[in-house]
Design a protein around this ligand. Structure first.
Ligand code: NAD
Ligand code: UDP
Length: 322
């Protein structure tokens, strides 16, 4: 296998750190670019001393010049709580970040993969969502900085492809969970597990009848690598996610059962524009990538619960000084 120089933006985040780790293990030279807005040094601590790993502590909103053969563009907060804290920065990160990565790909004739999202379908009126659906997105709401930022990034990817023949790969990622999510991330799986482990109330937004489809991180990362390995005729967009659909209230019950927690479930207001249902059609991924997820929700949750139990224990012993 040829050793490549590869840039992973958002490389200290949940998904990015798994990508960095796999690439280093495969023998590549990895640049991990991150501004640590939601990413954590702990996620990449085990890679820092590796000669084939280099951390670039910087913002993707700044242009960058490097010699690379591949780029995985993941820099962008993914949790609604975090991406709405500074919506203008979120939009810049998606759009300027995509522009800078495409310019870099153009200069190097590098393959560039964009981590797009199921949010490009907004609050979908087609179910399950297939790639040909153009979506139902509010352009001026609280989620728009993320949804429209990611949609604009997709536009840039395809315009660069048409103008300069850049080898692009666009994957639309559906809700993914697993180890290396942060306890304060704010997404539903991490919130419910942390609340259950701390015997705090599980916070359901709205009536909990809205649905999502949850993919375990190892499955998702495998799909991303398979996409990067395709020939240049395959650009995407291609959905990556688990097509099994759950109501949020049912997810809460499963997590209570798996943790053995006695936490009550409470209802909080539903945030505006929260999609009512979401489930990927993954026929394209099955056909073009020979990929589909294999990890059962409960199995993935058990591993994620173990991970959070361990970091909560470490945090507790740090704060008690033991
Ligand atoms: P994450 O928040 O854990 O990771 C994002 C990383 O990007 C963090 O390390 C953060 O510090 C970094 N970052 C944010 N703004 C930056 C900036 N301006 N400059 C440099 N670095 C910056 O989220 P994640 O779940 O790992 O998501 C990674 C990517 O995948 C995101 O682009 C997200 O939109 C996409 N995605 C994820 C999911 C999912 O369920 N995990 C679903 C759809 C799309
Ligand atoms: N949600 C919830 N309680 C929480 C966090 C999220 O009920 O503590 C709901 C949220 O309203 C949404 C779903 O769970 O309907 C998934 O939310 P998440 O933030 O994980 O991702 P989204 O798919 O909305 O981007």
């Amino acid at each position: 296998m040829r050793k490549k120089r590869i840039l992973v933006t958002g490389g200290a985040g949940f998904l990015g750190s798994h990508i960095c780790e796999k690439l280093v293990n495969e023998g590549h030279y990895v640049y991990c670019l991150d501004n640590f807005f939601t990413g954590k040094k702990e996620n990449i601590a085990h890679l820092l001393s590796n000669d084939c790993f280099s951390l670039l502590d910087r913002d993707i909103c700044l242009p960058i010049d490097l010699e690379v053969q591949e780029i995985y563009n993941l820099a962008c907060p993914a949790s609604p709580y975090h991406y709405q804290l500074d919506p203008i920065q979120t939009l810049k990160t998606s759009v300027w970040g995509a522009m800078h990565m495409l310019e870099l790909a153009k200069k190097n004739n590098a393959k560039v993969l964009q981590a797009s999202t199921s949010e490009v379908y907004g609050d979908p009126q087609v179910h399950p969502q297939e790639e040909s659906y153009w979506g139902n997105v509010n352009p001026i709401g609280r989620r728009s900085c993320y949804d429209e930022g990611k949609r604009c990034a997709e536009t840039l990817f395809f315009d660069f492809r048409r103008a300069y023949r850049i080898p692009i790969k666009v994957v639309r990622i559906f809700n993914t969970f697993g180890p290396r999510m942060q306890p304060n991330d704010g997404r539903v799986v991490s919130n419910f597990i942390v609340q259950a482990l701390k015997n705090q109330p599980l916070t359901i937004y709205g009536d909990g009848k809205q649905t999502r489809s949850f993919c375990y991180v190892d499955d998702l990362i495998e799909g991303i690598f398979k996409m990067m390995d395709t020939d240049s005729s395959i650009t995407g967009p291609i959905n990556l996610g688990n097509p099994l659909e759950y109501r949020i209230i049912d997810l809460a019950e499963i997590i209570l059962k798996l943790t053995g927690s006695k936490s009550p479930i409470i209802s909080l207001p539903l945030p505006s524009d929260d999609p009512k249902k979401r489930k990927p059609n993954i026929e394209l991924a099955k056909k073009n990538l020979k990929w589909q997820p294999t990890k059962k929700l409960e199995e993935g949750l058990k591993e994620t619960i173990e991970y959070f139990a361990q970091i909560l224990e470490e945090d507790a012993s740090l704060s008690s000084g033991t």
